[in-house]
Design a binder for this molecule. Structure first.
Ligand code: SF4
Length: 381
């Protein structure tokens, strides 16, 4: 059976100004939570391991340790988690860990390789030191480049970096320099996101006070167009709205989220999708650990999706990928044809140049990728 395993490590050195992920800064005594948290996670992996064996499911096809900053853990704690995963299988086909510059050295990276981690996702965001300070990152541009170089030395071949565009005060020239720098690195995968200003973040507050100086919509759009021209020219093909990869280096784990493949999610704030049901864990680390200590249930069941909601979600997620919605798969999942449900919507979007019919189904055009939200809205039933 194909399924993924996601493990969430919610600790970071400090909270970036734009971040609304379930993560906490390692200050104010929170470091003390790391050990019990890792013990809880290991206990959870063990429980799942038993279930996997009882139900003869086989090892997960992908494992993804995300955060937070998983590499903010000490080597000792990191090794505990890796060792526990290793008891399920020592050969996970795609085993990713997220790492942030400033939290990795050669020894830590070698440790990851030793336990079978074969894909590294490095949070770079920008190489510009001033911009890094402005967004609350803990590292410099030089350290980001060094992190990639160290990863190569440690034996990583499959490296991904994350970038953000539309940062405060970022100019088109700044962004072009960033993309050029990224193109010069030996990486196989790039994720690029436009900055989102979220409520409750430092940037959210600054925006409310009118003190966040962001590039204009035209400049952000020009950045988007530039990256969509430059990345393919340099061998990075887009396979999802925000993800580009050299041939064969698409993230299988992330693709499974968009392809309706089940996944287990362990850790505070993690989500799971298992046997058609969605689950979520409490975001609060203390609550998560204390529930485990008391032997209480660690997850909550999300309301079951109605068929309509499931269809909408299936389409939104599939449309994020270049492959788009597969007609055969839609019929297998829902017992109905895609064209019977969405025929008129598809026809209208094709006329507008936002959608196109490929041999297996329908997918976004280049224009559709740019105005994805407009298309997704039309798929609401
Ligand atoms: S390192 Fe990542 S998860 Fe941590 S605060 Fe920054 S953006 Fe959020």
């Amino acid at each position: 059976m194909r399924y993924g395993l996601y493990i969430h490590i919610p600790f970071c050195r400090q909270k970036c100004f734009y971040c609304d992920f379930p993560s906490v800064a390692m200050a104010g005594g929170r470091e003390k939570l790391m050990k019990p948290y890792v013990e809880t996670i290991c206990g959870e992996i063990e429980k799942w391991h038993k279930k996997i064996e009882e139900e003869k499911l086989g090892a997960p096809s992908t494992v993804y340790i995300g955060g937070g900053t998983p590499t903010a853990l000490s080597e000792e704690l990191l090794e505990k988690v890796l060792c526990r995963i290793g008891k399920i299988s020592i050969e996970i086909p795609e085993f990713t860990i997220e790492a942030n510059p400033g939290t990795v050295d050669l020894e830590k990276l070698r440790l990851l390789r030793k336990y079978g981690v074969n894909r590294l996702s490095i949070g770079v965001q920008t190489f510009d030191d001033e911009a890094l300070k402005r967004i609350g990152r803990i590292h410099s541009g030089k350290e980001a480049v060094e992190a990639v170089e160290l990863a190569i030395r440690a034996g990583f071949e499959n490296i991904s970096i994350d970038l953000i565009y539309g940062l405060p005060k970022q100019t088109m020239a700044d962004f072009q320099k960033n993309v050029e720098k990224a193109m010069g690195l030996p990486v196989k995968h790039i994720s690029i996101y436009g900055l989102q200003v979220e409520e409750g973040t430092v940037f959210g507050k600054l925006a409310e006070q009118g003190r966040l100086e962001l590039p204009s919509e035209e400049v952000s759009e020009a950045m988007y167009d530039y990256l969509n021209e430059m990345l393919p020219q340099n061998g990075f093909q887009r396979y999802e709205i925000s993800n580009y990869a050299k041939n064969g280096y698409e993230s299988k784990h992330n693709l499974s989220y968009w392809q309706d493949i089940p996944y287990i999610g362990l850790g505070a704030g993690a989500h799971a999708y298992w046997q058609g049901q969605r689950y979520y864990n409490p975001v609060d680390i203390r609550e998560y650990v204390s529930r485990a200590e008391k032997g209480d249930k660690l997850w909550e069941v999300e309301e079951l999706l109605t068929e309509k909601e499931h269809m909408e979600e299936f389409c939104f997620l599939a449309l994020r990928t270049v492959a788009g919605i597969n007609r055969k798969r839609f019929a297998e999942v829902f017992g109905k044809s895609l064209d019977n449900v969405y025929g008129k919507v598809i026809e209208a979007l094709i006329k507008k140049g936002l959608l196109e019919d490929n041999t297996d189904g329908v997918c976004l055009t280049k224009l559709g990728m740019k105005y994805g939200n407009q298309v997704f809205q039309e798929f609401l039933l």
